[in-house]
Design a protein around this ligand. Structure first.
Ligand code: ADP
Ligand code: MG
Ligand code: MG
Length: 210
């Protein structure tokens, strides 16, 4: 079930945050291989700031207001390149579910993530194949909004697409971001930001019962 209330939305977001905190060392190790080794720290710090702001984020807020405020919390709490990009994802979700007339359905969440992914591509300038989080996020969003969009199976398909996209980055020579400085040396190492997206999608799929 997709969240229908602010409390349920925060419970879902908190679950994703706890997962990022669990994966801090793993993500940092991946970023150490191809980047500057701070991705786990950046995301875990942001996750902790979200968990500590639960009351401010939820009290008296609408669902789309929650995601708009979450976007601000992420922008302030997450460092590195990931901060502004994840912040845009939350902003897209706010926009997508804000257009829903009643409790947002899977298609409203899908539209929001699509808006967020487009903002990320616009700000970061990355296309598929540039060896970034976009390589996991774009196929996941596409699967979520695919023919099975109203069915929970779409969430599972999105998680599989994210994992596949993330794993595929290990075979790509980077075009953008810090790992581009490594060129051929990044071969065999997946992009850490893309792996983080896959982990989040898998956690989301498990929670949403797909
Ligand atoms: P930094 O590179 O500033 O240390 P992080 O470690 O927080 O930033 O995030 C690194 C991740 O950000 C990369 O693994 C990649 O997935 C993603 N990334 C880097 N540049 C871009 C970009 N231009 N567009 C989208 N994602 C990007
Ligand atoms: Mg980094
Ligand atoms: Mg950094």
């Amino acid at each position: 079930e997709t969240p229908a209330t602010v409390a349920a939305a925060h419970e879902f977001v908190a679950l994703l945050c706890r997962r990022l905190i669990e994966e801090e060392d793993h993500l940092t190790a991946l970023d150490r291989a191809v980047g500057d080794g701070d991705l786990g720290t950046n995301l875990a710090r942001g996750a902790r700031s979200i968990l500590s702001c639960g009351e401010e984020l939820t009290a008296g807020n609408s669902l789309s207001g929650y995601f708009r405020d979450l976007s601000t919390t992420i922008r302030r709490g997450v460092g590195g390149t990931s901060g502004p990009l994840y912040s845009l994802l939350a902003l897209g979700v706010a926009e997508g579910i804000g257009r829903a007339q009643e409790a947002p359905q899977l298609e409203d969440w899908g539209r929001g993530l699509d808006i967020g992914a487009a903002l990320i591509r616009e700000l970061g300038g990355a296309k598929i194949g540039d060896r970034t989080m976009v390589d996991a996020l774009a196929p996941a969003v596409e699967a979520l909004n695919g023919p099975a969009a109203s069915h929970p199976e779409a969430v599972a398909a999105a998680a599989r697409a994210a994992r596949q996209g993330a794993e595929s980055t290990g075979a790509i020579v980077a075009g953008l971001g810090r790992s581009s400085y490594l060129g051929q040396r990044a071969l065999g190492h997946p992009d850490p930001g893309a792996i983080a997206i896959a982990l989040l999608c898998e956690t989301a799929a498990t929670h949403l019962g797909a």
